[in-house]
Design a protein around this ligand. Structure first.
Ligand code: MLT
Length: 411
């Protein structure tokens, strides 16, 4: 180890070279101070080229999938590696519809949690709880169990999510209606009491379907790494994905669209112009930050952001919502994209910049935003869990560390 990484043994324990140089030199190991990620991957589920602003699922560009596929097709693609034929899709869809009901005793779980509970906590706890009804089919080494649990998760997580929403606003739960498609059912479970019948509105159904596609996978981010790591211990899919949901619940992972809405509301309430706000961001005045811009892996326009921006216009027009926050977001984006400060720093809008405005217009409370993210991310988590488990070489995960601290305690 010392011969391999001699530069790390500097007197004060700090690396003598830039860590990214080290990564390039060794080819396979990255050390991130946040203990955030390590090692190389051959995972082919998602491919990202952050410099070029490219995102592909199983080789298909995200733009193509968002334009021509449904969320269930994309889920199938991510999980099984190929887009389904019409027959495969029909069978997959039918299986999911058949499994939407939760065990009736799950009502006691929802009765037991306080209505003030965060829907993400209710979701991850509910998923763990749900697994207790399937004790006899949790063995991860049995392929048939993996298949049925894949379907159970896709069918039941949206129902849990909708009930977490209903619980938080004190409304009655609806049973899933299995003649409805995936997104229609989800909209009805959340908004079935609305006279507008969201589940029958093709604009809203299509918009939510697209948003779910855009969130379906994103390489080795925090929650996905969590799912893989927990899965590598032999933990079942319910436990692993419940852990992923907890990772996503952290504001730095799933909280960005809420932060964008807060920022836009602050601009509106302060009465300052967007230009004034942008100048403050550049001067780093009052700790002001431009939320929803920039991304750890994208040094270019996040390809998801463009698609979300178009959806925002369509959804708000369809619902007849005139949200001044959308106009502010658009103005902010335009000003920032033309400003050298942001151009030089390669700060472009990311996927979170407009999603909050859309979810708000649909009537989802802010605390449901990460839950919606989780529903979208579910096929990716399942695919990543399965890939990690299927790889015969997979050992229990253990993020590699190169110790660079002091070797003796200082007295
Ligand atoms: C995601 O979609 O998971 C987010 O952009 C976060 C990330 O990729 O790190």
């Amino acid at each position: 180890r010392e011969a391999e990484f001699p530069v790390l043994n500097s007197a004060d324990g700090s690396p003598a070279i830039d860590i990214s140089t080290l990564t390039r030199q060794t080819g396979h190991t990255a050390l991130d101070y946040g203990y955030v990620n390590t090692a190389s991957t051959k995972s082919a589920i998602t491919y990202i080229d952050g410099e070029a602003g490219i995102l592909r699922y199983r080789g298909y560009p995200i733009e193509q999938l968002a334009a021509g596929s449904t969320f269930l097709e994309v889920a199938y693609l991510l999980i099984y590696g190929e887009l389904p034929t019409a027959d495969e899709l029909a069978a997959f869809d039918a299986e999911i519809r058949r499994h939407t009901l939760l065990h009736e005793d799950m009502r006691y779980y929802f009765e037991g949690v306080p209505h003030t509970a965060h829907p993400m906590a209710v979701l991850s706890g509910g998923l763990q709880m749900l697994s207790t009804y399937y004790e006899s089919s949790l063995d991860t080494a049995v392929p048939e169990f993996v298949e049925v649990n894949t379907i159970r998760l896709l069918a039941k997580l949206p129902v849990l999510a909708a009930y977490a929403h209903k619980k938080s606003i004190g409304q009655a739960f609806l049973y899933p209606k299995n003649e409805l498609g995936f997104v229609e059912n989800f909209l009805r479970l959340n908004f079935g009491n609305k006279a507008e019948h969201y589940d029958m509105n093709p604009v809203l159904v299509e918009a939510l379907d697209k948003l779910l596609i855009l969130h379906a996978d994103h390489e080795q981010n925090a929650s996905t790494s969590t799912v893989r790591l927990v899965g590598s211990t032999g933990a079942n899919m319910f436990s692993s994905i419940s852990a992923g949901i907890n990772a996503l619940s952290g504001p730095l992972h799933g909280g960005a669209n809420e932060a964008v809405l807060d920022m836009l509301a602050q601009i509106r309430d302060s009465g300052q112009s967007v230009q004034t706000f942008v100048e403050k961001v550049k001067r780093k005045e009052d700790g002001v930050k431009l939320m929803g811009f920039g991304h750890r892996v994208y040094k270019n326009y996040d390809p998801r952001a463009r698609i979300v921006r178009e959806s925002a216009d369509r959804v708000l027009a369809e619902l007849g919502v005139n949200d001044p926050l959308l106009a502010l977001a658009q103005e902010l984006e335009q000003i920032a994209l033309e400003d050298d400060y942001f151009k030089e720093r390669k700060l472009y809008p990311n996927v979170d910049f407009y999603t909050g405005v859309i979810y708000k217009a649909m009537g989802f409370p802010t605390r449901m935003f990460t839950v919606l993210f989780a529903i979208g991310r579910l096929p990716g988590w399942i695919a990543q869990w399965r890939e990690a488990r299927e790889d015969a070489q997979t050992k229990i995960g253990r993020p590699q560390q190169l110790y660079i601290g002091a070797t003796e305690r200082k007295l």
